[in-house]
Design a protein around this ligand. Sequence first.
Ligand code: GDP
Length: 293
Amino acid sequence: MLDNLRDAVRKFLTGSSSYDKAVEDFIKELQKSLISADVNVKLVFSLTNKIKERLKNEKPPTYIERREWFIKIVYDELSNLFGGDKEPKVIPDKIPYVIMLVGVQGTGKTTTAGKLAYFYKKKGFKVGLVGADVYRPAALEQLQQLGQQIGVPVYGEPGEKDAVGIAKRGVEKFLSEKMEIIIVDTAGRHGYGEEAALLEEMKNIYEAIKPDEVTLVIDASIGQKAYDLASKFNQASKIGTIIITKMDGTAKGGGALSAVAATGATIKFIGTGEKIDELEVFNPRRFVARILG
Ligand code: GDP
């Protein structure tokens, strides 16, 4: 996603056209790339207007080359677009710590549960996984396979339909075993457009297990619709964080990312592939550094 921006930066820094022409060309390319990555058009124009304004009102410091200074401004403003300086807190400030994952089916929730467990296990925590997605028959099996692959115990009750009960018993069992981080994969049976039902279900399980954090898993391909879902979630859950999956697979990733950032919700991780280690702590600056090269 946004791959051609890296080339545009290179062209801008090494090109032979005049500075003013190069700036104009770069801004056009930036607009094109962001719009094709499905970032909201209004956001794109307000971003480029801000860049132009800063160019007019600010002067490059003497120690920095003018073209590099321009790229720095672009970098700053892009970072703001994707959430500013917010560094998500990924290491829990208390132990035990219970994380509950919610999200629409197919977004990558179960995969993400495994990725998170692996992330925390590598950091040295004792981690347990609870499989409470009772609507998708293969979900528990999938979680058990992931658990086996990374050496993390999985609690599940094959055949049982009471998701709230499973979540409760699983968390209790792991707490009694002194697990430090417990990750609960919940049922994501609802389709898009049924956010209200999803949030309602979240409330029921929430009441039963009182997690320390609720994480909404969103698929990058929903693009700007992520704004609505993230805002509702952000209002419904004070301790909510967001993980955007499939950032590798779609040109629409920019839409989901900027939409979520615009709600002020904390994006904690992004999923960048199907493999267990393809999960990155989300940091707007690092993300922008990567797309600008
Ligand atoms: P769930 O129904 O939300 O639990 O979804 P799953 O965890 O079963 O994932 C659905 C599909 O998305 C699977 O094929 C996963 O391998 C895939 N998937 C999950 N996360 C990512 C990601 O970050 N990138 C890519 N490319 N695929 C992913």
